[in-house]
Design a protein around this ligand. Structure first.
Ligand code: CTP
Length: 399
């Protein structure tokens, strides 16, 4: 993934240039080596020293520098696994569209063979001008990735479209640009998070699921080119970029959201922690405190993955098992009983595994009796390992 990758960050002369410093910092934090190329106008807004301090490399702008003669426009163009222009002014977009190379950054961009991302930021009248829109279309047709600006308050005190995209969106676009699209053509439905089973208007039964594993799977599947539907119970996580996000609350709602889309998908990954039971009655008003204990009758929820298993067809179906005892035996029983292809088993008692953690430790069980142990790693890396197994099954079925 990101660690060990290299990026060239092109900075042009707009007020959003100050945000490029934070972008450089975010990339460096991910162990990405960042080489900054600035235009002369960018230096009116932010100094090369800022970038040098953040990246550990000089920030370049001189096409004919004698000082760093080994880092010229050609070697800088070849340096990056990606080239990101953030912020990109109307001027640099126009120069790229026309193939003009009259300073270091425009020359690097013309010599580049790595994926190029352009993040426009400008006044809304400029952004919506037909000349700029036309240039953006030219770049898109040429395979340049455009990270569209946001709508909101602009530096010129007007509101409109033209704010530099959120830095998290730019980072995600970078991660996507250098990820192999080995799941292109697949439509993957992921469920995530807990369900909430209400028993009056203010209270519900739920569990500790954070949704992190399912969101990591959705993020990684999209980066790898799949079309992703994320059906999620309530979580505090930001919605992953570029997925079709379907929020639900209860298991019954989750079942509806999943089953109505099942026909259209090729893979289902059920990372959600679905409540097995729901209160039999949902009181219309808040239940008041009384003397003595309160009993709530529970009735069974639908078993969503078992229903999917029954209608599986050629789909690849992956379930999860969170166990506090007999991990492998319980997971294996669920794998066969619910007609899954793979089950991902988590041991609740292991440090670094399970619900709230950013990491996980898993075992992947298959129908042939195979057990793959995936050691402690970040949930995004775990997601990649699970998707590798999904891909192998897709290829084996040669769909
Ligand atoms: N699951 C589901 N619908 C349910 C319960 C579970 O789709 N009503 C799915 C989960 O998303 C998970 C898998 O089934 O992928 C296993 O969930 P788990 O709660 O571990 O298994 P259960 O069959 O509910 O067994 P138990 O609670 O007895 O361990």
């Amino acid at each position: 993934m990101a660690a060990g990758k290299k990026a060239v960050l092109g900075v042009t002369g707009g007020i959003a240039a100050y945000k490029a410093a934070e972008l450089a910092r975010l990339l460096v934090k991910k162990d990405i080596s960042v080489m900054v190329v600035m235009t002369e106008n960018a230096k009116e807004f932010i100094t090369p020293l800022t970038f040098q301090t953040l990246t550990g490399h000089p920030a370049f702008s001189d096409l004919f520098s004698q000082e760093h003669y080994d880092l010229n426009h050609i070697s800088l163009a070849a340096y990056g696994d990606v080239i990101v222009v953030a912020p990109a002014t109307a001027n640099i977009i126009g120069k790229m569209a026309a193939g003009i190379a009259d300073d270091l950054l425009s020359t690097v961009l013309l010599a580049a063979r790595a994926p190029v991302l352009v993040c426009p930021a400008m006044n809304d009248n400029m952004y919506t001008h037909p000349a700029v829109q036309n240039n953006i279309r030219i770049l898109q047709n040429r395979g340049v990735h455009i990270v569209a600006p946001d709508r909101g308050e602009l530096a010129c005190k007007t509101a409109g479209i033209g704010r530099l995209a959120e830095l998290e969106a730019i980072v995600e676009a970078i991660e996507t640009a250098w990820t192999d699209k080995d799941l292109a053509g697949e439509k993957i439905l992921v469920t995530a998070g807990p369900t909430r089973e209400p028993f009056d208007p203010v209270r519900f039964i739920t569990n500790y699921s954070s949704g992190k594993m399912g969101y990591a799977l959705a993020t990684m599947a999209r980066r790898r080119g799949a079309e992703v539907i994320l059906v999620s119970g309530p979580t505090v996580l930001p919605i992953p970029y570029g997925v079709d996000f379907i929020p639900v609350e209860s298991a019954v709602e989750m079942r509806g959201a999943v089953m109505s889309r099942l026909e259209t998908v090729t893979v289902v990954i059920k990372a959600a922690a679905v409540a097995d039971y729901r209160p039999a009655v949902r009181a219309g008003n808040k239940i008041k405190k009384k003397r003595g204990p309160l009993n709530i009758d529970l009735e069974k929820n639908p078993d969503i993955i078992a229903e999917i298993g029954a209608k599986k067809g050629k789909r690849v179906v992956v379930g999860f098992a969170m166990e506090s005892e007999n991990l492998l035996a319980n997971a294996k029983a669920k794998l066969f009983a619910k007609n899954m292809d793979l089950i991902v088993a988590n041991d609740l008692h292991q440090d670094g595994a399970g619900f709230q953690s950013d990491t996980n430790i898993i075992k992947i069980l298959d129908l042939q009796g195979g057990v793959e142990t995936v050691p402690l790693m970040d949930k995004l890396d775990i997601a990649a390992r699970i998707l590798d197994r999904v891909k192998a099954l897709i290829y084996a079925g040669s769909r």
